[in-house]
Ligand binder design. Structure first.
Ligand code: MTE
Length: 305
């Protein structure tokens, strides 16, 4: 590899910055930055930070909040941070419906009063082959599922983003079918790695990251991690979801990160970590193979992509 003079300095700076960030993973991020006014906060390091390999470093707050996908605000990476200023993410409620013993509307503030927010440092791998490492705050989706008590015939959970074209300029165009919908199989939804996030880096989520509540499923491509959730529905069959609806040949329901199943238009074997210079290999299930591979043990993952 040949370096040009102009490239060397930024690369050195980047290495120094990365070393600094790495050492900060070991200390409590939340103790210094927390501003979460809605919920109790666990003053502990992420119980999952040991999931990070030597080779993982937190992305900066700036990177995580300005390089986004949130098509409701436009398709460019800078659109969500530029165009989401008029989105009203408080007050907020979540509609619980479908095959569940306690359907109804839950006020988010009320919900958070009885929940302990945890720290989870996770890799996020977008289907577009870029990735980040994000220190989330949130709580296991399983906690909410236990509260609302789905019936035993509820096999899947469907999530819907709010539909407000007056506040979300991207929804005034036919970029995708609105509202954005996602889904998980019930065992994926109650898996301990699956969280509903309310914040990152100790701050409440900004609109561009899916305020006030978004899903994070770290072993799946980022598009499964639906933002600004307004409805959670319990259903008995695999729900339709936004990207397979848009293009079933290119996107599937499962969307597990898998370096050996390429996207029809690009390789999934490697990825570009935002802020880094070289591409790096993509890990099976985004590095969470030990925790989740049992969920798919008899499935052909080239068929169920
Ligand atoms: N949720 C909604 N409602 N609309 C979207 O366009 N984009 C998805 C996902 N959730 C999206 C969404 C995609 S493609 C990715 S990669 C992640 O959000 C990006 O999350 P981030 O911008 O917080 O990094």
């Amino acid at each position: 590899m040949k370096f040009f003079g102009s490239e060397i300095t930024p690369y050195k700076k980047y290495l120094t910055r990365r070393q600094f960030i790495q050492s900060s993973i070991a200390t409590s991020i939340v103790a210094t930055l927390s501003s979460d006014s809605y919920a109790m906060h666990e003053q502990q390091d992420s119980q999952y930070s040991d999931q990070l390999s030597q080779n993982d470093f937190l992305n900066t707050y700036e990177e995580i909040t300005t390089y986004n996908n949130f098509y409701e605000f436009g398709v460019e990476k800078s659109d969500p941070s530029s165009n989401s200023g008029h989105f009203k993410s408080r007050p907020w409620s979540i509609n619980i419906d479908g095959l569940v013993q306690k359907p109804g509307v839950i006020d988010l503030e009320d919900l958070l009063k009885n929940i302990t927010i945890e720290d989870r440092i996770y890799r996020l791998r977008c289907v577009e082959a870029w990735s980040m490492v994000i220190p989330w705050q949130g709580f296991p989706l399983q906690l909410l599922i236990n509260k609302v008590q789905p019936f035993s015939n509820a096999k899947y959970v469907q999530f819907e983003t709010v539909y407000r074209p007056e506040e979300m300029p991207g929804q005034r165009r036919n970029i995708l079918q609105w509202p954005y919908v996602e889904g998980l199989r019930m065992d994926e939804a109650v898996h301990p790695l699956t969280i509903l996030s309310t914040g990152l880096y100790g701050h409440d989520l900004l609109n561009q990251n899916g305020a006030p509540l978004r899903l994070v499923v770290p072993w799946k491509y980022g598009f499964k991690s639906i933002k600004s959730i307004a409805t959670i529905r319990f259903v008995d069959s695999e729900p339709q979801t936004t990207w397979p609806l848009d293009n079933p040949r290119e996107y599937g329901f499962y969307s597990n990160v898998n370096p050996s199943v390429d996207h029809p238009r690009w390789t999934q074997a490697t990825e570009r970590r935002i802020g880094e210079f070289f591409r790096r290999p993509t890990l099976m299930f985004n590095g969470y193979e030990e925790e989740v591979s049992h969920l798919y043990k008899d499935m052909d993952l080239t068929k169920y992509y």
